[in-house]
Ligand binder design. Structure first.
Ligand code: ATP
Length: 583
């Protein structure tokens, strides 16, 4: 069982993450965060906000609208350039040969190799499968749908793998019911050359259903026998007045507010930043690895406005600062790296860009992008609106004016005036909240045997991680500041009223004084099982109240990572938790 399956199993069982609308069959790519997931996500975003805003005097926050008018995204380049490549497939049903559908055997690692007649067909099948698999279940086994995705392409073989969010696959024979077999002697099943497909979700601010408008306009166009292109243009024109987009990134909300923030906060002197955390939406063709790539996700973005001559140094400084941040919360520093973009990966305006990558079970994946964007953003919005989005250094201006007054000579040197008023450059840090959460959970996951020895995840099978006090168990070694529950307070004997009363008062005190999430764990299982349940969800400390507590007010505090227990007073509990939460 893979690390990802271990994690997703735990997430569902313990209430971190659920498939959205599960009781209605679910929606692929949509996830709901359960009681523990929401805490973890909030903690990750709070740590980001703390480091980006509260710990600095030069960054302020903002929260801008998700629904965005086309003018903003036309100006930013998203309407024309925010695209993926797509091909139209003409694999219509009559071109399928379901009678010849190959029988697919799942190998012992839960993978399904399909051998295509040749390399060319393998590539075509891969494209087709990738497109179809991105959207939903494809294979049925014993009446049950199983989601598969393409793991990799090998010469003439496509290796499919089970999507970890679906039910487990056993050794069995599967049949692709819809795709069937593509006749290798047929021509290419693709009609079209690849063409760009815009990733933005459109929506219409209009009480009239856009479908009605489309039908009316199309029927009108047909009367004058318009061709497809003309009809499309007419439909676009009719819908345009109410067209809006769900923002594909939070950054544009910051750029269009550059002036409003500056005016309302005149103390902000360059360099300064505006931070935002919020939802973004992308109609991703490939949805993969649970919350790693979803159509709806959250971003934590900082736009740092700098003078042109500061940009390169600030870019370097932010790279370091962001890598330092990641290393505070991730235990395995060898699983985090920077990857600089090659020249041909950079946008034309970009002066440098790196990805922060985490080594996920399927390989390195981007969790954050840091870019030196030049003055592209503010210049574009200035040009489009005619509003100058510039920065004026009031002190330099006053000094120049005083000098001009004293000498009677007007300053005309461009290099002097440019220092006084300029279009700021932007250094951006753009981090995915859901991806960060996934990376931190995977990073924290540890499986140990009865003796507490770490067991490599691949050696663990499904049956022996059942959160039992015997055998193998999971410890989620999350940084205390990220842990969804900070302290669990539990009575040694769960149904003893005196002990429960003391637990209630200790947990209330911890809540009030430390303002943290505390669990009162009174389940009637053994104390060992209760500790293990808390280890599994990453709770750094367990406090146990027993009969001695009634006499001397001392409790036992247990450390998640070492399992070590200490007898301390309830005062000391507060201090241990407080100290352990320090950065
Ligand atoms: P990718 O190449 O993986 O699609 P990207 O380069 O398009 O990512 P950016 O536009 O740089 O991503 O967005 C910044 C961050 O937002 C990414 O580093 C990632 O953490 C997050 N992100 C982007 N798209 C998604 C998505 N569909 N689902 C979840 N997180 C996302």
């Amino acid at each position: 069982m893979s690390a990802m399956r271990h994690l997703l199993d735990l997430c569902k069982r313990r209430g971190f993450l659920f498939q959205s609308a599960e009781i209605h069959g679910g929606l692929r790519g949509a996830y709901d965060y359960g009681p523990l997931g929401v805490e973890l996500k909030r903690n990750v975003s709070q740590e980001w906000w703390n480091s980006m805003v509260y710990q600095r005097s030069d960054v302020v926050g903002i929260d801008t609208a998700i629904i965005t008018p086309p003018a903003v995204l036309k100006t930013s380049g998203h309407v024309d350039q925010f695209t993926d490549e797509m091909v139209d497939s003409r694999l219509s049903k009559d071109r399928f040969r379901p009678d010849k559908a190959p029988e697919l055997k799942v190998d012992d690692q839960g993978r399904i190799p399909i051998t295509a007649p040749d390399k060319y067909m393998a590539k075509l099948w891969e494209n087709e499968i990738r497109t179809q698999f991105a959207r939903g279940a494809l294979i049925t086994r014993k009446g049950k749908e199983i989601l598969l995705s393409v793991e990799r392409l090998e010469k003439d073989r496509i290796i499919l793998k089970e999507d970890p969010t679906s039910s487990p696959i056993e050794e069995s024979t599967l049949r692709i019911p819809y795709h069937g077999y593509v006749d290798p002697n047929s021509n290419s099943p693709f009609l079209t050359e690849s063409r760009p497909f815009n990733l933005m979700f459109k929506t219409y601010l209009d009480p009239i259903d856009p479908t009605d408008k489309i039908i009316t306009t199309t029927l009108e166009a047909q009367k004058s026998s318009s061709d497809l292109t003309t009809t499309r243009q007419l439909v676009d024109k009719t819908l345009y007045p109410s067209l809006t987009y769900l923002r594909p990134e939070t950054a544009q909300g910051v750029f269009i507010n550059y002036m409003t923030v500056q005016r309302s906060h005149p103390h902000l002197k360059i360099p300064f930043g505006i931070a935002q955390i919020g939802k973004s939406f992308r109609n991703e063709i490939r949805l993969e690895h649970a919350i790693f790539r979803t159509p709806e996700f959250e971003q934590m973005e900082l736009e740092f406005f700098v003078a042109p001559w500061q940009a390169q140094d600030q870019f370097t400084a932010w790279r370091k600062s962001r890598m330092d941040w990641w290393k505070i919360y991730a235990r395995n520093h060898d699983r985090i790296r920077e990857r600089a973009h090659a020249e041909d990966e950079l946008a034309h305006y970009s002066k440098g860009c790196i990805d922060v990558e985490y080594l996920f079970p399927w390989g390195w994946g981007e969790v954050e992008g840091i870019a030196n964007r030049g003055d592209f953003d503010l210049s574009r919005h200035s040009e489009a609106t005619g509003i100058k989005l510039q920065y004026t250094d009031a002190i330099l201006m006053q000094e120049r004016q005083a000098k001009e007054k004293a000498t009677g000579e007007k300053e005309t040197r461009v290099e002097v005036l440019e220092k006084e008023r300029f279009t700021p450059h932007v250094v951006e840090s753009s981090c995915g909240l859901n991806r960060a959460m996934l990376a931190f959970m995977l990073d924290a996951l540890e499986v140990v045997d009865e003796q507490g020895r770490v067991v490599p995840l691949d050696e663990v099978n499904e049956t022996n991680t059942n959160n039992s006090s015997k055998g193998i168990r999971i410890i989620m070694k999350l940084h205390p500041r990220l842990a969804p529950v900070k302290v669990a307070v539990m009575p040694l004997i769960s149904n003893n009223k005196d002990l429960v009363d003391v637990c209630t008062s200790i947990s209330n005190r911890l809540r009030q004084e430390l303002q943290v999430n505390v669990a009162l764990e009174t389940q009637s299982t053994t104390i060992g099982k209760r500790y293990y349940r808390m280890d599994e969800i990453g709770t750094p400390w367990c406090v146990t109240v027993d009969y001695d507590t009634l006499k001397d007010q001392t409790v036992t505090i247990r450390d998640r990572d070492t399992g070590a227990q200490r007898r301390v007073s309830s005062e000391e509990v507060l201090k241990i938790v407080q100290d352990g939460m320090k950065l």
